[in-house]
Design a protein. Structure first.
Length: 733
């Protein structure tokens, strides 16, 4: 009866979790960095926002975030995990002096996101002044042009909005001069590219006429054909009109009598679905639409022929001016934010080589163009419209039938698969995990029909000495594979070589000296390790060996003290025979005893060969013990003084499990000046996990002795899911 009850409970939990995951089908991550221009010896602080793609609100689906730092070759130089609560997490990476100077990528994702091959990516630069750096040769720029027509097609005899984006092979913006030519080679207009490498052209093409872009090069012109215009097609235009959004459908003569279907879709589903002629306008009220990215789609004859993404939201930026403060003085600023917002606050010196960060940059995730970093105060409605024109609607709102990775809702998950060495796999093979040095951090389960298993662990108590083993398999009939918890590969990345001028080199030298002074006065605060009381197991008896006469061997200790366990007196035989109590006469189950050494599965041989002078206590429970659907013939648990397994390896397949970072702390001064300590920090303030308790949010910190231009930045999410991105600049003199 207990077995059936356990199975029912597990089934209900899985069904509830699956239903929750379906409602929040996709997660996305944004990572706010303390800086993306760093030197070796500094600490990179990061703050994570995990949001539901459907609602924009912070997601409570995943409890762990995976962080990786990759070098230019794509090799992982650092990995970590951070615990997440209600979509918020934070941590740090100390940049050691063995890192090479170069460009790096920081990747962040949840386990659930791996089902969709999704992750967040941030580029950063790390300079190591303690190592010689030889720059790679910069390749001659090869500029590629991308054309984006509003609504998807150039409609003849109608005005069309055409966006042209210029990028080189590194994804960098390239300054271009170009002219638009008609079929006769005559100039229609000059094409001007802005600082983001984008040119917006309004073109009324003639049917059948060929248009070209003439790009000025060093010696001549490069000619690139524009997309051809059509008459048997339609176009979508989206305009803002005060508090309304206008969707205009136009078509050529060839389609003038056709009827289509207009859809307006958000991440939450279909907002509008109506039949329409191909020469009509539809008005939408902004306040009645969700905020964020929306898409208008036109179907003709059941086929999607046009698509136009657009943004519904505000970009109001208050100009606070640039204030000036003296060194070692207090800065206090107030901002208006919705109550209950969850934000990160940073105040960092600007060196001129940083790439701006903003929560709004998440809107570029579906763009077909590599957009450079854009500061929060630079985001405007026209800029966002350019991003929307270059983007595709890459969001499937349909329910999914199956996934490979379950979300780590309230625990970490270890997943893997077992296979039979010979023949077919038996159904429902029992597997278990354990961790050496962790008190009773154990889970056991049965595989599914395909041999796949899911095991849970508490991230606060797990460590990198975990193993997974197959139970009741003395003949070793099975092979076990533990799936890696991190991605195993990422797309190739062509990073532009770093170039240093004399001014930058001098800046790095000064910065390095200041950092060394800061590190010399740094006091490490050891985080207390997570602790919990050893779980109370009904019927467990403890033998603390200091309370008895210590015998010379563990074999003699068991024979003389632990009457619940049978041990052979023959020193060449290693086994434990549990004298199980309260077993029904008809109980013929042949199951193994849970044998633990410092929390990890072990063997009778390792324990009997252990010196008893290393052992603190022996815990024994001689009754049937259930973990979910898995049954054990009692428990034998050995605890050493050092809690290190006595130099023995745990029994099972090792897990390459990364430990979770301790909770992130606020970085910065608390308003109390220490006149005897230098203040050479260029990160004045870093508060990664802030929740606003009123609509007026006050920030306060001290300036340091490092002079220059600083930026105070607030990035976060409002309770309704709206992005928050605010910044102000100030000088320290």
């Amino acid at each position: 009866m207990k077995y059936r009850s356990t199975l029912l409970t597990l089934l209900l939990v899985q069904m509830s979790l699956w239903s929750f995951a379906q409602q929040n089908i996709r997660e996305e991550v944004y990572v706010h960095l303390s800086s993306n221009d760093l030197i070796a010896g500094e600490t990179l602080h990061f703050s994570v926002f995990t949001r539901s793609v459907a609602t924009g609100r912070l997601s409570g689906l995943s409890s762990l975030v995976y962080i990786e730092l990759l070098d230019e070759a794509g090799d992982v130089v650092y990995r970590t995990k951070v615990y997440q609560e209600e979509g918020r997490a934070a941590g740090d990476i100390f940049l050691t002096t063995d890192l090479e100077t170069g460009r790096y990528q920081l990747m962040a994702y949840t386990r659930w996101m791996k089902n969709f091959e999704s992750y967040a990516r941030q580029e950063l630069t790390i300079v190591n002044p303690y190592k010689v750096y030889t720059s790679r040769s910069m390749l001659e720029p090869e500029v590629a042009l991308q054309f984006f027509v509003e609504g998807g097609r150039l409609l003849a005899q109608r005005e069309n909005v055409l966006l042209i984006c210029a990028r080189d092979q590194y994804g960098e913006v390239q300054p271009l001069k170009a002219k638009l030519l008609n079929g006769a080679g005559e100039k229609v207009e000059d094409v001007n590219f802005d600082a983001l490498g984008v040119a917006r052209v309004v073109l009324k093409p003639q049917l059948g006429e060929r248009y070209q872009l003439a790009i000025e090069t060093k010696d001549t012109f490069r000619f690139v054909d524009l997309p051809a215009s059509c008459d048997d097609c339609a176009q979508l235009h989206v305009y803002e009109m005060g508090e309304q959004i206008r969707i205009k459908i136009s078509s050529g003569e060839g389609w003038s009598q056709k009827v289509g279907q207009l859809l307006v879709v958000s991440s939450q589903g279909i907002l509008l679905d109506q039949q329409t002629t191909l020469t009509t306008e539809t008005l939408l009220v902004k306040d009645q639409l969700p905020q964020g990215a929306l898409v208008a789609q036109l179907y003709v004859d059941g086929i999607k022929v046009n698509e136009r993404l657009f943004w519904n939201g505000q970009f109001a930026h208050a100009d606070r001016g640039v204030k000036t403060y003296s060194s070692r003085t207090k800065v206090t600023e107030q901002f208006e934010l919705p109550k209950g917002s969850r934000v990160t606050v940073s105040a960092k010196k600007q060196y001129g080589s940083e790439s701006p960060q903003s929560m709004h940059s998440g809107a570029t995730r579906n763009s077909l163009v590599s957009w450079p970093g854009i500061a929060s105060e630079k985001w405007t409605a026209p800029l966002m419209d350019d991003v929307m024109l270059t983007s595709t609607w890459d969001l499937d709102t349909a329910r999914i039938d199956s996934v490979r990775y379950l979300p780590e809702f309230n625990s970490g998950i270890v997943q893997g698969k077992i296979e039979a060495r010979v023949g077919e796999l038996e159904r429902f093979v029992n597997v278990a995990l354990s961790f050496q040095g962790a008190d009773f951090e154990i889970d056991a389960t049965a595989t599914n029909r395909e041999g796949v298993f899911f095991l849970k662990y508490d991230p606060s108590f797990a460590n990198n000495k975990g193993v997974v083993r197959i139970l009741n398999d003395p003949e070793q009939r099975y092979l076990i594979e533990v799936y890696p918890e991190f991605y195993t590969q990422y797309p190739a990345w062509l990073a532009a070589p770093l170039q240093f001028d004399s001014g930058r080199l001098e800046q790095i030298t000064v910065r390095s000296i200041a950092n060394q002074i800061e590190n010399a006065y740094f006091t490490s605060v050891k985080e207390p390790s997570a602790q919990r009381k050893f779980p109370e197991v009904d019927g467990m008896v403890s033998y603390v060996l200091d309370e008895y006469t210590r015998f010379s061997t563990m074999r003699d200790t068991f024979i003389e003290l632990v009457y619940q366990v049978g041990v052979s007196k023959n020193e060449n035989k290693y086994y434990f025979k549990m004298r199980t109590a309260d077993i029904d006469y008809n109980d013929k189950y042949d199951v193994e005893t849970m044998v633990l050494l410092d929390g990890a599965f072990s063997t009778a041989e390792d324990i009997l060969n252990l010196s008893p002078y290393l052992v603190e206590r022996i815990d024994v429970m001689n009754k049937r013990y259930f973990m979910g659907s898995v049954m054990f013939d009692g428990i034998i648990s050995i605890k050493t003084f050092e809690n290190d397994g006595g130099d023995t390896a745990p029994l099972g397949a090792p897990m390459d499990l990364i430990e979770v970072q301790p909770e992130a702390q606020v970085v910065g001064t608390d308003g109390v000046l220490d006149l005897h300590k230098p203040m050479m920090n260029d990160l004045l303030y870093w508060a990664p996990l802030v929740v606003t308790d009123s609509t007026v949010f006050e920030v306060s910190f001290l300036t340091s002795e490092v002079k220059g231009r600083y930026v105070l930045q607030i990035e976060g999410v409002a309770p309704d899911g709206a992005s928050i991105s605010k910044s102000m600049y100030f000088d320290v003199k």
